[in-house]
Design a protein around this ligand. Structure first.
Ligand code: UT7
Length: 334
């Protein structure tokens, strides 16, 4: 057990990700419902997404693949971890948590393991939490996973919501580092539960918000007021980045990458325009994967890592927002 009285920092030792094999294109969707490749590309920036289609593809298996990849990248084993935090709104069961099953699968037991639910903000919430737990001196190495299989939670008869989402997992291994300036130097995790009816996943009739006039609500399928969430996201995205830069006294030029939740290309473009963020600092993969909810930021982080764009000594800003409504940010010294 590390000496908790000694200050420490946190290092990203490795990253990993996983996506299902099956590609669902906009043309495929146009064959299933009244939509078109043109509408989807123009309104969302999405060209295709991956969806779980076989028995061996699930949230659990994507999580296992992503964390195994992150462990390999870090040169570590499951038994080196003392905690696993898995963020998802589509975990197979609420008990046991998927994190417990993942821990067993990768031989991490008796590492602690739990799931968190913060929708699309889940990965950044989990990363912030892990950073704080390591800095507290109580943990040395934490595996963080963000994963959702939204294909299980959308109604492919409802065109506004279903075209937006895909399935993916992203993972990072965080370890204690002697340099206290490494890791999250500023973070937020916030929520406004009063707006939950804008985005929710009902399990039973009584979950539907009182007074709802919607007639086609299906249990187990995501409900989203796209315009409400869009307005929230555009304003939050900009304000959260502004707040993070102000609090850390950083300028856009001081940041090497803005790693943002891939919600809709128009939301990302709006933040870029309002804050003057250059194209080459805002990673985008929504064209290939769609909005993968808790999977999105971790997937971007892994692709950036594999492209050699997470450089030691540089600073990145992670930002996400989603159901809850929730939002989160982290200014991270690599
Ligand atoms: O991850 C965090 C959570 N989610 C988000 O961040 C999503 C935020 N919201 C959005 O990204 C956008 O609101 C959507 C992509 C979901 C929808 O785009 P929009 O530009 O807000 O479209 P809209 O809902 O205002 O609909 C505009 C029109 C409507 O037709 P009318 O009423 O103008 O005739 C819709 O019926 O587009 C129609 N429409 C479609 N047409 C073709 C809605 N979905 C489709 C579709 N294909 N898939």
């Amino acid at each position: 057990m590390p000496d908790p009285s000694l200050p420490c920092g946190v290092r990203i030792a490795g990253t990993g990700s996983a996506v299902p094999k099956k590609v669902l294109t906009n043309e495929d969707l146009a064959g299933m419902m009244d939509t078109s490749d043109e509408w989807i590309r123009q309104r969302t920036g999405i060209g295709e997404r991956r969806i779980c289609s076989t028995d061996d593809e699930s949230v659990f298996t994507l999580q296992c693949r992503a964390i195994r990849g992150a462990l390999d990248d870090a040169g570590m084993k499951g038994s080196d971890l003392d905690l696993i935090i898995a963020a998802s709104v589509t975990s197979e069961m609420t008990c046991p948590s998927n994190a417990c099953r993942v821990a067993t699968e990768i031989d991490a037991a008796p590492a602690g393991a739990f799931d968190i639910v913060a929708a699309c903000s889940g990965f950044v919430y989990a990363l912030n939490l892990a950073d704080s737990l390591i800095r507290s001196g109580r943990h040395r190495a934490i595996g963080v996973i963000g994963c959702d299989a939204m294909s299980k939670a959308v109604d492919y008869e409802e065109r506004t919501v279903s075209v937006l989402f895909g399935d993916a997992a992203g993972s990072a291994i965080l370890v204690r580092d002697d340099d206290p300036l490494k890791g999250s130097i500023f973070q937020t995790m916030e929520a406004d539960g009063s707006s939950w009816p804008s985005l929710y996943l009902p399990r039973k009739e009584s979950d539907v918000p009182p007074g709802s006039t919607e007639t086609s609500i299906r249990m187990g399928k995501l409900r989203m007021d796209g315009r409400d969430v869009y307005r929230f996201a555009v304003s939050k995205f900009k304000n959260v980045i502004k707040e993070a830069l102000k609090a850390t006294d950083l300028k856009v030029d001081d940041v090497s990458e803005f790693v943002c939740h891939q919600s809709n290309i128009r939301i990302i473009e709006s933040a870029k325009e309002k804050l003057g963020l250059p194209d080459d600092k805002v990673y985008v993969n929504i064209d290939r994967y769609g909005n993968t909810s808790a999977g999105s930021v971790g997937l971007c982080l892994d692709e950036l890592n594999k492209a050699g764009r997470l450089v030691e000594g540089e600073t990145i800003v992670l930002v996400a927002f989603g159901g809850g409504l929730t939002w989160a940010s982290s200014v991270w010294n690599l």
